[in-house]
Design a protein around this ligand. Structure first.
Ligand code: MLT
Length: 313
């Protein structure tokens, strides 16, 4: 019977699918370093979310491991090049949490614009202050979207539905497609940033996207602009963003992802004003977690039982 290591919390529907297919699924949580390496080599395949760091060292002596499925989109916790060198296929589930991530982006946009978290905190501390929490409408404002992949498009679609003007940067989207989505595209970040009342980034974490929006780029934006990051920590430079918020040269931010997760006390955004922070919750819905668990389990079952590969990254 093929054996699959479940190295992160996975919704039961995924485990049930594997077991019904005659695959032994064993959950072991919190594995790191040498323990993770030792566990991986015992199994034919593994399913992970974002917790285990599947580094080149973890894959150095992979035993019978032949496939890793990421229940989610980002594979930045897996050294895909090292896996490929060892003949291990890495697959992801790009569709399962799209809607949840897009909805979380919109939730943060509303939360920042209407100062929901700050007003809630004041009320719970016994206060009642209506003047301090005057917000701004989203209707009529411009949302700038960097990256019109699955999540970026869903965010854009929702923003159009909220009567926002959407302008996007994505070299792969044609003018015809942009028109179909109800938005227009521009050719550079420098052209996009001054237009934004709200900026949202939906690109993967790569060497090219690290620090994509730093102090210089934030300096091109309106002082009232709100910056959103539900993609990956570090794509927007956290120190530069915190400094801009403290200086009042950026109006607010909604951030779900951080360079170091979990965050520590030295995370600069924790002490910045006008910020709503959430602990990487973009895909944390019942629906998304069930979707990605089932999709990841299906990928592994198809690979182990039929030799099929889908969604290889
Ligand atoms: C993803 O990449 O799928 C999301 O960020 C959610 C996650 O990391 O679990």
């Amino acid at each position: 019977m093929p054996r699959v290591l479940i190295a992160d919390k996975l919704e039961p529907a995924g485990l049930e699918l594997l077991r019904a297919a005659g695959i032994d699924a064993e959950t072991r949580l919190g594995l790191k370093g040498a323990d993770l390496a030792a566990a991986l080599r015992e199994f034919d395949a593994a399913i992970v979310r974002s917790q285990p760091k599947v580094t080149a060292e973890a894959l150095e002596n992979p035993g019978k491991l032949r496939a890793i499925a990421r229940a989610g989109v980002g594979v930045d916790n897996i050294d895909v090049a090292a896996a490929t060198r060892r003949g291990i296929v890495v697959m992801n589930t790009p569709g399962g949490n799209t809607v949840s991530a897009a909805e979380h982006t919109v939730a943060l946009m509303f939360a920042v614009a209407r100062k929901v978290a700050a007003a809630d905190a004041v009320m719970k501390a016994g206060g009642w202050d209506r003047n301090k929490f005057v917000g701004s409408q989203l209707a009529g404002k411009t949302l700038a979207v960097v990256g019109l992949g699955r999540i970026g498009r869903e965010v854009a679609r929702r923003a159009v539905g909220l009567d926002m003007t959407v302008v996007a940067l994505d070299p792969f989207v044609t003018a015809a497609k942009a028109a179909e989505l109800g938005l227009r595209t521009v050719n550079s970040l420098d052209e996009l940033l001054p237009l934004a009342d709200f900026l949202t980034i939906h690109v993967p974490a790569t060497a090219e996207t690290k620090g994509l929006v730093g102090a210089r780029e934030l300096g091109l934006m309106k002082k009232t602009a709100v910056v959103l990051n539900v993609a990956r920590g570090g794509i927007i430079d956290e120190s530069a963003l915190a400094a801009a918020l403290k200086a009042g040269t950026i109006g607010g931010a909604g951030v779900d992802v951080f360079t170091a997760e979990p965050t520590t006390a030295d995370q600069p955004l924790l002490t910045a004003p006008n910020v709503v922070l959430t602990p990487h919750l973009g895909a944390s819905t019942v629906e998304a977690q069930e979707n990605v668990a089932v999709e990841a389990a299906q990928l592994i079952a198809d690979f182990l039982l039929k030799g099929q590969v889908a969604n290889a990254v």
